[in-house]
Design a protein around this ligand. Sequence first.
Ligand code: WQD
Length: 337
Amino acid sequence: MKIVVTGGLGFIGSHTVVELLNEGFEVIVIDNLSNSSETVLDGIEKITGKRPFFENIDLRDKLLVQDFFVKHSDIDGIIHFAASKAVGESVENPLLYYENNLNSLVYLLQEITKLPHANFIFSSSCTVYGQAEKMPIDENASVQKAMSPYGNTKQIGEEIILDVANVSNLNSILLRYFNPIGAHPTSEIGELPLGVPQNLVPFITQTAMGLRKELSVFGNDYPTADGTCVRDYIHVVDLAKAHVISLKRLLEKQNIEKVEVFNLGTGKGSSVLEVINAFEKVSGQKLPYKFVNRREGDVIEAYASTEKANNVLGWKSKLTLEDALDSAWKWEQKIRS
Ligand code: WQD
């Protein structure tokens, strides 16, 4: 079975490529290296003993996308990660996000729906829920007005897929991630944030490495147990495995509807302070931090209902917050050694 993984050298993409190769799939990675590096292929090969095919293609180039699918018309499925994903950057540069995240999706779908098998896994995000009224958040929670252009591209992306599936052979699963963290236990692949990390865990590990002076905790006056925001931090390897299970569901035609939605989280909320404490425990290091003002656009609390993913998809996260933080810390030490 031949599977295309767009953004396959990125954080979640590379971990998913590892799981696909381990399951015996033939994998073609498409990546434009805007937020990754070809050396990730070496890490994938070290873990699996196999090197996926790699094509450096920018999915905003319609002609290149068309040529690719003419060349590879025997594809069985596509997992689409390639997108810009920094919330703050999307506010400053919305057109970059609308062009990159939406044009790419349209060009992909135009070609995929010409294939005999249009099986499409879409990387979405819990950000579509905004601040949900009820915890844990299930898939029926209303999709709120996006709090950033990044979140809006995920919402619009889901709607494009629904509209196309209604009139084509497209079968799709939308995976709404909560907060992916961690790295592969071999420390051969992990998160490679460019510049100053926007997300909590890479900022923590870089602070612990002495690359950052201290962590700024964005607000401790929220209506939560300890005043800091709560999120559902899921190990990237658990998340990667959910993609393989989702793909198999489409390949084996087990999907009940043409477009299915699953929340991918652990079902457990952790506050920023709880993450800091867990990191100090696994690393044995005191983490310097200070409380600063809230960050614009942050929701107070978000953690997933795991019921549908467990009962319908047949997937459950297995790794803990400590496992994820331990793997992130080992990865940070490896890349700085
Ligand atoms: C987590 C918590 C911050 C950094 C975003 C996107 C989501 C997905 C993951 C792409 C929040 C706090 C953070 C720091 C802090 N993106 N924090 N100091 O915002 O929940 O989700 O990233 O797929 O779609 O919305 O993740 O890691 O940025 O923040 O206090 O230096 O950590 O306020 O409460 P977020 P995050």
